[in-house]
Design a protein around this ligand. Structure first.
Ligand code: NAP
Length: 539
């Protein structure tokens, strides 16, 4: 019997960096692809997160896709950390230049996907009931994309606009002269608040846990810097590929804080602090994320800087992280966050100890001590990281269980790219992949996925089954490494890096912390060895 013909060889869900990259590599392999996105435009994160101040935290010149030399040559970033508008324009530039649009279908919500055992095809269903079939299904939905909205009493009662930061009104929002309340104090608020404070009547931040916020140090691109980047792109890409966090940094530096005299430590920290970016962690000492005392020295240094920047000692104290190591929560980068608390129109409310949240009501936010009236409330309350987006689509594998059911207690995968019981399904930056400069990881994942599909096509297979033992081995390996890191303390402070930010969810190992570079090597080894984690068959 002739094999059933699918509508497409590959269907991708999500048209951000991952979906766009996927189109390129799959098309190069000579296969058909359609990428669906529920949004009205491409861009993923960069179309949803239109909040004021939204910008990359990686330096833009390596927060990019690398498959097109033409794009690398012709696109010029205007700043060290491009804002969302510019990043969004860049993705349009990529889609135009590489002719990706014919493969993209927007305004289409994929609500379910079912594996058909008899044909080895996936059938996906859209929100309006249309169905499409494919041989390979790829989640390109992003690892920080599914908003998390906590169950706060009265959430629907507020009279004005009240929305999650990643659902910023697409048409924009006039907040000038308005009283704004922001619930949450993570990377989003750190970027958003100082910009809003410039024109809002007031901005009140409801903080539960303070973060270690390091300086970003924004810079304009100069012709000379742009030339230097473009002349050295191969080296920059190689640096990212070989770095523990996929970034173009000069590390390891070959120096541990534990072996450095205290005066020298302070000197090195002081020298690096004004340079900005995560370079402060990666280009100072190699043991900040592995040695508790070294980490504490860095944390104390940052605490000192908070005190220097914030005029009111009481506010500075509230903003100072306590009881957890630097990087147990993902540290945000600062574009004037601390200084903004010196403005008369910016207020900080400690909802952890002093005055816990009671409810949102018609007029604003009520705590145990006060009623705060607002015109606008922003819920900058984070995301269901790694698993949230794939879980939101009812993806049903070969045994009849959904991914959400599979991941109820443990978010198991093989290298974050595939899962036992889900044949011919791939995830780009799925759970238990590293947390790194995302475009680097995205492209490495896509290459592995494309190589796997190419092998199946050339060898006449139509079924790939991720092996249970391989999944168990990856889960155990990831857990072992996780346990040895300071990031494992994230459960104490609701870190999304362990899913610990979600109420009623047991904290889990969501991230491979063995080094992105080591992980990329493992992906490559898997390809070279013929994908020993998978069983191939033909139905
Ligand atoms: P987040 O870091 O998870 O912060 C969420 C905030 O909401 C936290 O302060 C949290 O408090 C608070 N919160 C949650 N539930 C609450 C409740 N019931 N009552 C009071 N407060 C509550 O989320 P995010 O700021 O959106 O950032 C998430 C991640 O997205 C970042 O770490 C980063 O990886 C990525 N991101 C990247 C960029 C960039 O690269 N440019 C920008 C923004 C975001 P607790 O901490 O106490 O739980």
């Amino acid at each position: 019997m002739a094999a059933q013909q699918p509508d497409f060889d590959v269907i991708g869900i999500g048209a951000g960096f991952a979906g766009l990259g996927l189109i390129h590599y799959i098309r190069e392999a000579g296969l058909s692809i359609r990428v669906f996105d529920r949004a009205a435009d491409i861009g993923g994160t960069w179309t949803w997160n239109r909040y004021p101040g939204a910008a990359t935290d990686s330096e833009g010149y390596y927060y990019c896709l690398t498959f097109s030399k033409e794009v690398l040559r012709e696109w010029t970033w205007s700043k060290r950390y491009p804002g969302w508008e510019e990043t969004h324009k860049y993705l349009h530039f990529v889609a135009d230049k590489c002719d990706l649009w014919p493969h993209i279908q927007l305004n289409t919500d994929i609500v379910s996907a079912d594996f058909q055992a008899d044909s080895a095809l996936w059938r996906v269903t859209t929100g309006d009931g249309q169905t499409f079939t494919c041989r390979y299904l790829v989640s390109a939905m992003g690892m920080i994309s599914e908003p998390y909205i906590p169950d706060i009493k009265g959430l629907g009662d507020f009279a004005g606009p009240c929305f999650h930061s990643a659902r910023w009104p697409q048409e924009g929002l006039d907040y000038a002269g308005k009283r704004v309340g922001i619930i949450g104090c993570g990377a989003t608020t750190v970027q958003m608040m100082p910009v809003m404070a410039e024109t809002a009547a007031s901005v009140t931040v409801f903080q539960r846990t303070p973060n270690f916020v390091m300086p970003a140090v924004q810079q304009d691109m100069t012709p000379q810097w742009d030339k230097e980047i473009k002349d050295n792109y191969d080296e920059i890409i190689a640096k990212c590929r070989n770095h523990v966090f996929g970034m173009a940094f000069d590390s390891p530096v070959g120096r541990n804080l534990a072996d450095t005299p205290p005066q020298e430590v302070q000197k090195i920290f002081e020298e690096h602090w004004p340079r900005g970016s995560f370079r402060f962690v990666f280009e100072t000492f190699d043991d900040l994320l592995s040695n508790a005392e070294s980490n504490k020295a860095a944390a104390d240094f940052i605490a000192g800087k908070i005190k220097d920047k914030v005029d009111d000692p009481e506010v500075a104290e509230l903003l100072t992280p306590k009881g957890y190591p630097l990087f147990a929560k993902r540290p945000p980068l600062d574009h004037g966050f601390y200084e903004a608390f010196n403005r008369d129109n910016v207020h900080l409310v400690d909802v952890k100890e002093r005055e816990p949240l009671v409810e949102i009501n018609r007029d604003g936010v009520k705590t145990t001590q006060n009623q705060y009236d607002f015109d606008i409330i922003v819920l900058a309350t984070g995301f269901q990281a790694y698993t949230g987006a794939p879980e939101a689509v009812a993806i049903t594998g070969k045994g009849g269980a959904t991914l959400k059911e599979k991941w109820a207690t443990q978010s198991a995968s093989i290298m974050g790219v595939c899962m036992a019981d889900f044949p011919n399904l791939f995830t780009i930056t799925g759970p238990q992949a590293p947390f790194a400069n995302l475009p680097t990881s995205i492209e490495q994942n896509i290459m592995w996925i494309t190589d796997c599909i190419k092998k199946m096509e050339s060898e006449g297979y139509n079924l790939c089954l991720p092996r249970q033992e391989a999944e168990e081995a990856w889960v155990n390996h990831t857990a072992e490494i996780h346990e040895q890191t300071l990031m494992a303390q994230g459960y104490k402070v609701n870190s999304w890096m362990m899913g610990a930010n979600i109420e009623n969810k047991n904290p889990r190992v969501l991230i491979y912390f063995g080094g992105a570079n080591v992980y990329y090597d493992k992906l490559r080894d898997s390809v070279d060895e013929g994908f020993p984690e998978l069983t191939f068959a033909r139905v």
